[in-house]
Ligand binder design. Sequence first.
Ligand code: SAH
Length: 263
Amino acid sequence: MKIRPKKSLGQNFLSDKNIIKSIVEIGNIKNNSTVLEIGPGTGNLTKFILKKKPKNFFVIEKDHNLAKVLHEKFNNKINIINKDILSFELKDISKEKIIVYGNLPYNISTEILIKWITDNKKFESCKKLILMFQKEVAERILAKTNSKNYGRLSIISNWRMDIKKEFNISPNCFFPKPKIDSTLLTFEPKNKYFYIDKPYNLEKITKVFFNQRRKMIKNPLKQIFKKPDKILKKLKLDLNLRPQNLSPLNYFEITKEYENLTN
Ligand code: SAH
């Protein structure tokens, strides 16, 4: 079957074998592992993951034609799910902790990451996430307090994931070549993390702050709390700070105060 890459589905296939092998190695797949690959495309990574002989191996591919190609290539050696990952319920596949690979359209990577952090079930089922991002987005995820790129993505990602930058990947490693540089990041659930009852609240709070990232924090605080001064005092925060000066921990604490009020 002739494959015409679909731009709308972000179809840039990895063609560099060395990069593919390095990505597969990161998962440290054992013969008792369960692996989920999101957006396998023509199966470039799939082939090398399969060589590691995981106990269970699932792939989710949205494109119907590509799902057919995968069937032809891999027959019943893998479980092919022809669905959209964004509307897929994980409970359908495994009770064991999963190693997740995703070399995917870049905007979806962010959505997948946030889902895997904020959805308790997904978070608990995850051993490791190996995801590709546009380089600039990876920089935002990795950004530290007080830096230009620091924001919601850094705070939410840091909440209960240990994040590691693996390497950058040049457009030359793909066919067709994307217009952007890519970065591979990995995420492992933290054993201990700040307790937040509803992760959704952290998304909400950080949104209020970073919608006004140049303003002083009294503005967003006023929007969230009836008595912002009390919160400032309790959390020992200075009124003149701006959203990017607050540490992730500050945001977790603010979220907790918010939850105390609304519960
Ligand atoms: N991982 C392969 C393919 C990358 S292209 C490789 O590196 O060669 C991205 C793939 O993700 C495409 O096959 C595309 O069809 C698939 N995809 C895009 N959006 C998706 C979604 N929402 N759910 C599942 N697969 C998706």
